[in-house]
Design a protein around this ligand. Sequence first.
Ligand SMILES: Nc1ncnc2c1ncn2[C@@H]1O[C@H](COP(=O)(O)OP(=O)(O)O)[C@@H](O)[C@H]1O
Ligand SMILES: [Mg+2]
Length: 341
Amino acid sequence: MSKNILEVNNLRTSFFTSEGEVRAVDGVSFSLPAGKTLGIVGESGSGKSITSLSLMRLIDHPGKIVGGEVIFKGEDLLKKSKKEMRHIRGNQISMIFQEPMTSLNPVYTIGDQIAESFQIHQGLSKRTAKIKAVEMLKLVGIPSPEKRVDQYPFELSGGMRQRVMIAMALACNPSLLIADEPTTALDVTIQAQILELIKDLQKRLNMSVIFITHDLGVVAETCDYVAVMYCGKVVEYSDVKTLFKNPKHPYTVGLLNSLPRHDMDQEDLVAIKGAVPSPFDMPKGCSFAPRCPFASPICHEKVPELTTLEQGRDVRCWIYTDEWDGDKEVNVNGKEATVNR
Ligand SMILES: Nc1ncnc2c1ncn2[C@@H]1O[C@H](COP(=O)(O)OP(=O)(O)O)[C@@H](O)[C@H]1O
Ligand SMILES: [Mg+2]
């Protein structure tokens, strides 16, 4: 079997709305080696959450997975029955969300909510399940877990509630954890603690993790690999070190340039001009072309394919093909920018 726990090939998910088809996920490919962390990064609306929900087969009407493969441990999840998927979700793949999306049930104690998972999926008795719940609270760093286990969600802070969510997600001992912007709703210090916790648990439990974020800074600190998304597509895939050292896609370059750095004045930041196109009015060629300082005629005409530059390094950009004939040096916000082919 491949050393990748997950391989996603050309995944496509659309919403069929009264105004037309919205291609929320439109050609997502990446792989995740077992025991590693993959970051999926992109602006709001780029299709990160719909990608993760598609992996879990949790897309509801009017949405539909319309193509591709999701190979998990050598088998295509898109070919599994609903029953098989429920089993996989309860035992192999877990997901945590940004707090507002799935909050805890306010009328049950947190202990009951964690214990429920042990009772349902592992058939433990109520008493044993509660002992396991206390262990889980300890594992995620909640102080005095014996006391906390009998408390209700409103008695906990936002950071503690997110720890409880993580405990619930880990209760089934998943081999893959998908965390969708798990720290976005938290303040900065708590964010750092939760990131540290996920990193630590990943190592201790030897889990594979998909970490979804709009923040490249978080990717740098947390992930081994990264998939950069723009308008429903993966535009670049790489290991994190290489991406930060040598970004290839002009969108990735723009994202990196907009990261605040200590050695730069705010004025030096080269922001990406323009706005994300509307899903009902997508450009004919590359969806980034209208904002790209390097766009040449072909970029406006034809959609580029995701192409492997070298092992483990994919980019979806005409610049890296023989067809491209644009200028290698352009002026961006009064500064020279050079294509790094
Ligand atoms: N229920 C829906 N109906 C129609 N379009 C949707 C729906 N949910 C999501 N989308 C579309 O999918 C796109 C991607 O959404 P999402 O994956 O949530 O973005 P992200 O998580 O990157 O912010 C959105 O921009 C929107 O156009
Ligand atoms: Mg999202």
